[in-house]
Design a protein around this ligand. Structure first.
Ligand SMILES: Cc1cc2nc3c(=O)[nH]c(=O)nc-3n(C[C@H](O)[C@H](O)[C@H](O)COP(=O)(O)OP(=O)(O)OC[C@H]3O[C@@H](n4cnc5c(N)ncnc54)[C@H](O)[C@@H]3O)c2cc1C
Length: 481
């Protein structure tokens, strides 16, 4: 019998798992995909938002500001990487300026302290590639960028190091309420648990319904992006929003944590919760709007396009509630869910405590996580020393991102199993560059085969079933190659 089962290994579920791992509890995380961060948490803007646009008095406003204030310390403990680069909301006329003033006061009443309204001269000094027609901006020095999957993986690895069990490729199919506990019927068998945390993102309404709570309806809202080569990554140095119109945060132009340039997202309601296709019209909208902020973006440096789905609801706010005894629902956790995730974890822990879960701190809890080795973050002497110790750190596998065999092997042996090429991409960045894995995928497969004992035909590109090789086409005479 588990104390708590968390359904969904996105940023929110993993933040809750990490928080609960501080206590003497038997906790698991159940995830239908073969890796953590494979839902909305893998495809978003990766912004730690400034908390100035949340409607005062809402959970979104409170948890975004609280979450924002937690990221520096979280990064210190988990070492996923947080670039507090600051953000601008750009205004181009008097009407925008009035909205910027409103956002400033909104931010102050939400408890955000590092906000200022700046003029054209200030903006262009910090961001010379911004459209010179810019009028003024709201500047937030407390905003920044993270890699959303490295953040989620870091939370999960630390939770795993502290005893949380992760059941990957395990889908919750139905739920039975028993006398004082729940039985989760999954694709891999039954799991009995005293408390359930439903953190299933886009599917949270369906999970709630399985427990008899039929009052939520999630409407997926697509956001499309374009990602550019690092060669033009320094076009901008901060997150650049436009003055929001009609409820959306608008198209942004931003450096990613790994110094690519990214533009997007638009906002389009769709019917299908798994529709991650990009569209011609959506990408055109993104490109045209981005050029309004930064006219000189070089379209020829585009390396990939992708889409993410917000788990939106008709009502504005996040829902975080114990809908029935021992069953906590988190529904409508759209933006800024990533920023809010550490604060949501505290909120859920309090709800569980209020519901009778006894929380005794562990004596042996490990707060810190050893970061992955990143040669691009080391001095030349440190790189040379590593290569002396292990020549695999001198063998480049991913040419575009200059990722070595040593760095890839390093991510394979952590508490969360790695089963796909994309799982390596999210951790070590191999395959994320210009050629998108065209060159290095076969070499990474060889490493997985050797290090993890996976058959080459067992290795997926992303989800279970997305095999890269189906079998041998021929065998050399007298051998098995
Ligand atoms: C376009 C876009 C841009 C965004 N930008 C930002 C931003 O810059 N900053 C910010 O703070 N927020 C942003 N967000 C919001 C943020 O990405 C989300 O709030 C956050 O990732 C939600 O995390 P989650 O864990 O709730 O959901 P998810 O990451 O979707 O995780 C839910 C998990 O539940 C699993 N699951 C579902 N059903 C089952 C089942 N039956 N059995 C087992 N597992 C199941 C899924 O497979 C999934 O892995 C953005 C969102 C989008 C779409």
């Amino acid at each position: 019998m588990y104390d708590v089962s968390i359904i969904g290994a996105g940023a929110v579920g993993c933040a809750i798992a990490r928080e609960l791992s501080k206590y003497d509890l038997k906790v698991n995380v159940i995830e239908k995909y073969n890796d953590v961060s494979n839902g909305t948490s893998k495809a978003n803007s990766g912004i730690v938002h400034g908390g100035y646009d949340g409607k005062p008095g809402t959970l979104k406003a409170r948890l975004c500001v609280q979450g924002n204030h937690m990221f520096k310390e979280l990064d210190h403990e988990l070492r996923f990487g947080f670039n507090k680069c600051g953000s601008f909301v750009l205004g181009f006329d008097e009407e925008d300026h009035k909205e910027i003033e409103r956002l400033y006061h909104n931010g102050i009443s939400n408890g955000m302290d590092n906000l200022s309204i700046v003029d054209r001269e200030y903006i262009l000094k910090k961001e010379p590639n911004v459209n010179p027609l810019v009028h003024s901006a709201l500047y937030c020095s407390g905003a920044g960028v993270i890699s959303p999957f490295e953040y989620t993986v870091a939370l999960a690895e630390n939770a795993g190091d502290n005893g949380v069990e992760f059941f990957l490729e395990t889908e919750v199919l139905s739920i039975d309420k028993q006398d004082g506990f729940y039985t989760l019927n999954t694709s891999k068998g039954k799991i009995d648990t005293k408390y359930v945390v439903n953190s299933a993102g886009l599917f949270a309404d369906e999970i709630a319904k399985m427990a008899g709570v039929d009052k939520f309806k999630i409407i997926p809202r697509k956001g499309e992006y374009q990602l550019f080569d690092k060669e033009i990554g320094n076009t901008v140095h901060s997150v650049l929003f436009q003055t929001p119109r009609g409820g959306s945060k608008g198209i942004l132009v931003t450096p990613t944590f790994h110094e690519n340039l990214m533009i997007g997202p638009n906002a389009q309601f769709v019917d299908d919760k798994e529709d991650l296709k990009t569209t011609k019209t959506g990408l055109k909208e993104v490109a045209e709007m981005a050029l309004k902020s930064v006219p000189g973006i070089d379209g020829s440096k585009l390396i990939t396009q992708f889409a993410g789905l917000r788990a939106s609801m008709a009502d504005y706010d996040f829902v975080i509630e114990e809908s029935i005894k021992g069953f906590i629902n988190l529904v409508g956790i759209d933006s800024p869910g990533l920023t809010s995730s550490p604060a949501i974890a505290l909120e859920v822990t309090e709800l569980l405590k209020g519901s009778g879960l006894e929380l005794f701190e562990k004596d042996d809890h490990i707060s810190y996580r050893t970061p992955y080795i990143r040669l691009d973050k080391l001095e030349t002497e440190e790189v040379n020393e590593l290569i002396q110790q292990d020549e695999k750190f001198g063998r480049i596998i991913c040419r575009c991102e200059s990722i070595t065999e040593g760095e890839i092997i390093e991510v394979l042996h952590r508490s969360i199993p790695v089963r796909s090429i994309d799982a390596i991409k999210r951790r070590a960045r191999a395959t994320s560059g210009r050629c998108q894995g065209g060159f290095c995928t076969p070499r990474i497969m060889d490493i997985m085969n050797r290090e993890l004992g996976m058959e080459l035909t067992e290795i997926n590109k992303h989800e279970a079933g997305s095999y890269i090789l189906s079998g041998r086409t021929k065998t050399a005479k007298g051998g098995n190659a």
